[in-house]
Ligand binder design. Structure first.
Ligand SMILES: C[S@@+](CC[C@H](N)C(=O)[O-])C[C@H]1O[C@@H](n2cnc3c(N)ncnc32)[C@H](O)[C@@H]1O
Length: 207
């Protein structure tokens, strides 16, 4: 991780439940409803999405580079009886063999990885044929919002441990060889700028 703010995991852990209760929870649940079979969660953070694993999922693994976040996700999983192996690793080099998963979930994480293209290539590698990328991300907006995000990206990234709010995530997912028809843009949410609008849904590998 390029810009790591050591306080970020704790601030995020304390602050995010408020935003989850206000608005993220339903988006998290909707995104996770696309997961099936063997699921990998990249950048699982404190583990909130573990609460929304659907019945169609048969096993859960998670990759998370931050030790404090791994501890939080492990604790949450134990509290809620979710069987998950949270391993140290980054999206750019996923520590699992090819074709290991039926679904890979990215939740508010492609804004923060050092290399989006490398992460998406790794996700393709570990996805089995017919597998799907499950997405809930905040992305660069159009017009004034996008320009504001461009302007604030530097200092925001420093504060928020590498989060760059002006990434064109849907373009990156398409460029990595995924069919993005199953992704929809959520233009208006109660999530304050610069972390809005959002992209939600599932993308499959293009044949
Ligand atoms: C904004 S938090 C989101 C956490 C969680 N997915 C959620 O929805 O609450 C971003 C997460 O991405 C992780 N992260 C940062 N760089 C990463 C990388 N290169 N690969 C995987 N995860 C990364 C951070 O440690 C952090 O847990």
């Amino acid at each position: 991780m390029k810009h790591r703010n050591p306080l970020f995991p704790y601030v995020y852990r304390l602050g995010m439940p408020v935003f989850d209760r206000l608005f993220y929870r339903r988006y998290r649940r909707e995104a996770m409803s696309h997961a099936t079979g063997r699921l990998l969660m990249v950048g699982v953070g404190p583990g909130t999405d573990l609460l929304f694993v659907p019945d169609a999922v048969t096993s859960v693994a998670a990759v998370e580079p931050d030790a404090a976040m791994r501890r939080m996700a492990g604790a949450l999983a134990r509290r809620h009886g979710v069987d998950v192996d949270v391993v140290n690793g980054v999206g750019e080099s996923i520590p699992f063999p090819d074709n290991s998963f039926d679904s890979v979930h990215v939740g508010l994480v492609l804004c923060s990885v050092d290399d989006v293209a490398a992460t998406l290539n790794e996700i393709r590698r570990v996805l089995a044929p017919g597998g799907r990328l499950v997405v809930l991300e905040h992305v660069r907006g159009d017009g004034l919002m996008g320009r504001f995000q461009d302007l604030i990206a530097g200092p925001w990234s420093w504060l928020a441990s590498g989060c760059e709010p002006n990434r064109r995530i849907v373009d990156a997912i398409a460029a990595a060889g995924f069919d993005v028809e199953g992704l929809r843009s959520i233009r208006r949410t109660l999530v304050p700028p610069p972390c809005t609008p959002h992209l939600l849904g599932a993308a499959t590998i293009r044949r």
